[in-house]
Design a protein around this ligand. Structure first.
Ligand code: NAP
Length: 243
C-alpha cells in the first residue's frame, strides 16, 4: 500500500545533519521525494543514502542560504526536476553565543541572514509552486528562544523571534489557500549545535532529533478542520509552559 507522502515532494534545508537529516528520513519513510539543501556535499550525500534506504527519493542541491541566488536555484531545480512542491521545511539554522555587548555586527548579521532572512526568501520563492499543490505545508523550525529570551543568545533569540513572527503573518496571509503554515519551537535537541553551546545539559536529557522529526511528520500528514499552528517542545526535565 502507498505510504502517506507517496508522490509528494519536500524541500528540507539544513539536511546535512542533525534535525534536518532526521526530518528528511522521516519524510522518506512515508515515500516522499526529498530535496536536500545545505552547503556540505559529503554529509548531504550521506543523508541522500539514508533517504533512499528509508524508502524515499533524494535530490541534493548544494545551497548556501546566505545567497539569494542559491535560494532561487533551489526552488528552480525542484520545479524543473519534479514539477511540484508539497512541503517546505525551513530547518537550517546557526547560533551564536555571546553577551549582547560582546556580539559583533557580523555575528548578528549571520544569525539574521540564515535564521530569518533565508526562510523568508525561500517561502516567497516557493509559494507559487506550493500554491499549485492540492495540500501544501510550510514548517519553520524556530526554537524555545523564539518564545523567550536566554542570556548569551541575544542574536540567535532575535532571529528566531523574527522567524516566528513572519510565520504568523504568513499563516494569516495563506488562511484561504491550500498552504498551511506551522512553526515548531524545540528546547535542547541532541545535535552538534546544542552540544557546542550548552555543554551543561547532559546529552541523555536532550530531545532526540527523531522526536522532532516525528512531530513534523504529524504536521505534514494530517489535514483536518483542527489546525496546530505552533508546537512548543520542551525537554522532559525542563520547566513546563515556556513562554
Ligand atoms: N539543537 C537544538 O537544541 C535546537 C533547538 C531548537 C531549535 N533548533 C533549530 O533547529 C534547526 C536545526 O538545528 P540542528 O540542531 O540540527 O543544527 P546543526 O546540527 O548545527 O545543523 C544545522 C544545519 O543547518 C545548515 N546550515 C547552516 N548554515 C547554512 C547555510 N549558510 N546554508 C545552508 N545550510 C546551512 C547546516 O548545513 P551545512 O553546514 O552543511 O551548510 C546543517 O545542516 C536550526 O534552525 C536550529 O536553530 C535546534
Amino acid at each position: 500500500m502507498a505510504k502517506r507522502l507517496a508522490g509528494s515532494v519536500a524541500i528540507v534545508t539544513g539536511a546535512s545533519r542533525g534535525i534536518g537529516r532526521a526530518i528528511s528520513r522521516a519524510l522518506a519513510a512515508e515515500e516522499a521525494t526529498v530535496v536536500l539543501a545545505a552547503r556540505s556535499i559529503q554529509p548531504l550525500a550521506q543523508t541522500a543514502d539514508l533517504v533512499v534506504q528509508a524508502g524515499g527519493r533524494a535530490e541534493v542541491v548544494i545551497t548556501d542560504l546566505a545567497r539569494e541566488a542559491d535560494i532561487e536555484e533551489l526552488v528552480r531545480t525542484t520545479r524543473d526536476k519534479f514539477g511540484r512542491l508539497d512541503i517546505l521545511i525551513n530547518n537550517a539554522g546557526i547560533t551564536h553565543s555571546a553577551r549582547l555587548d560582546a556580539t559583533r555586527t557580523e555575528d548578528l548579521d549571520r544569525c539574521w541572514t540564515i535564521n530569518a532572512r533565508a526562510p523568508y526568501l525561500l517561502c516567497r520563492e516557493a509559494l507559487p509552486l506550493l500554491r499549485q499543490a492540492p495540500r501544501a505545508f510550510i514548517v519553520n523550525i524556530a526554537s524555545v528562544v523564539g518564545v523567550k529570551g536566554y542570556p548569551l543568545q541575544s542574536a540567535y533569540t532575535a532571529s528566531k523571534h523574527a522567524l516566528r513572527g513572519m510565520t504568523m503573518a504568513l499563516a494569516e496571509e495563506l488562511r484561504d489557500s491550500s498552504v498551511r503554515v506551522h512553526v515548531v519551537c524545540p528546547g535542547g535537541v541532541a545535535t552538534d549545535m546544542v552540544t557546542g553551546v550548552r555543554p551543561d545539559i547532559p546529552v541523555q536529557d536532550l530531545i532526540g532529533s527523531e522526536e522532532i522529526a516525528e512531530l513534523v511528520l504529524y504536521l505534514v500528514t494530517r489535514r483536518g478542520n483542527a489546525v496546530v499552528d505552533e508546537l512548543h517542545v520542551r525537554r522532559a526535565t525542563a520547566a513546563p509552559w515556556f513562554g
